[in-house]
Design a protein around this ligand. Structure first.
Ligand code: 3PG
Length: 388
């Protein structure tokens, strides 16, 4: 792959694809993490006097060439201006999106308003390529989408390279994928085993220990014949869950926090004692006593998903205990996914993790070992440039 830092940018037309798909309420960005994380790339281009045009998507609007105000990047451009202390000129349509002067910033409206974006249309891909001397792909969080602004444009651009955030994400996540730091541990929570089956299988095949929580663990417990009462679990996934639960390196909770309802009285019990009217809402911290040494000895830890209903204070302690053990360990720790970031933030340990990915779907696919179209396109482009 080619990297931004190796390119001369002075007076060059630079087209930068970032992922500024951020939550917005009443025209205000409510979580600016993704904007903050792409600031180093933006500042590098501006300081090196590139003529910068920014591309991003926001949400999933109708791709019909029509502006839809609820998906406008206006609030994002505004927050970016505040963070940079510099004007960001938001342009409504691609025909009028001309490169700014050196060191200035233009942003095109949501690329998903454009016909051909999601179908990776060559006409749109070429139109993007014609806007620049160099295309910079920094949207790791959208690199699993073969869209015109993430993938198609790369083959048509004069030059294409990875931005600083994409480089950082791939470096951190590839350390987990290479699994050279042993023993390695994966902590996987979340509600549905069906959406994470490939990820869990891939991690349980390569990592030394896989600790399961949340609805995922409930489904594995049910598959093993444990009565999980009215706990969240997936009846139609019991066969797959049993295969997983029977692996030697997969660890399920032995003590859990149950209640009759989300707001009901919570109590800690052995996992075998759940009554039909009770539901498991969290792993009890006592459950981790016997496996604390796994965290102490670990050299790499991967974390995705809360192990309980952490949004409710009475069911937060399981996730908080896991997070504390991860950051107390000397292991290289990597986490990611919206819920995981929210949980780590709530618990106050977000900054203590060695790396937190900004991506959701792309992060999971990368860790599963799948190839991501935008990264493949960048590699092919680098090879093509090296051969010319
Ligand atoms: C994300 O939030 O995971 C990325 O921005 C990708 O969004 P998408 O799932 O709508 O393609």
């Amino acid at each position: 792959m080619d990297y931004l830092r190796d390119h001369e940018l002075h007076d060059k037309k630079v087209l930068l694809r970032v992922d500024l798909n951020t939550p917005i309420q009443d025209s205000i960005v409510t979580n600016d993490e993704r904007i903050i994380r792409c600031l180093p790339t933006i500042r590098h281009i501006v300081e090196n006097k590139g003529k910068l045009t920014i591309l991003s998507h926001l949400g999933r609007p109708k791709e019909n060439g029509v502006f839809q105000s609820e998906f406008s990047l206006q609030p994002v451009a505004h927050r970016l201006e505040e963070l940079l202390g510099q004007e960001v000129d938001l342009v409504a349509d691609i025909e009028n999106c001309k490169s700014p002067d050196s060191g200035q910033i233009t942003m095109l409206e949501n690329v998903r308003f454009l016909e051909g974006e999601k179908t990776n249309d060559p006409v749109l891909s070429k139109a993007f390529a014609n806007m620049c001397d160099i295309f910079v792909m920094d949207a790791f969080a959208t690199s699993h989408r073969a869209h015109a602004s993430t993938t198609g444009v790369i083959s048509y651009a004069n030059q294409a390279c990875a931005g600083m955030l994409l480089e950082e994400e791939v470096n951190a996540l590839s350390k987990i994928n290479r699994n050279e730091r042993r023993p390695s541990v994966a902590v996987l929570g979340g509600s549905k085993i069906s959406t994470k089956l490939n990820l869990i299988n891939s991690l349980s095949d390569k990592m030394d220990f896989v600790i399961l929580g949340g609805g995922i663990a409930n489904t594995c417990l049910a598959a093993k014949g444990v009565n999980v009462g009215s706990s969240l679990h997936e009846e139609d996934m019991l066969k797959e869950a049993l295969e997983l639960a029977n692996k030697d390196n997969v660890i399920l909770p032995n003590k859990v926090v149950v209640s009759n309802s989300i707001k009901g009285k919570a109590k800690i019990i052995d996992v075998e004692s759940v009554r039909p009217d009770e539901a498991i809402f969290d792993i009890a911290p006592e459950s981790f006593n016997s496996i604390e040494s796994i965290f102490i000895q670990a050299k790499a830890i991967f974390w995705n998903g809360p192990v309980g209903l952490f949004e409710e204070p009475q069911f937060r302690e399981g996730t908080a205990s896991v997070a504390r053990m991860i950051v107390a360990s000397e292991a290289y720790s990597v986490g990611g996914g919206g819920d995981t970031i929210a949980a780590a933030k709530e618990i106050g340990l977000l900054e203590e993790m060695d790396y937190m990915s900004t991506a959701g779907g792309a992060f999971l696919e990368y860790i599963e070992g799948r190839s991501l179209p935008a990264l493949e396109a960048l590699k092919a482009k680098a090879l093509e440039s090296a051969n010319n």
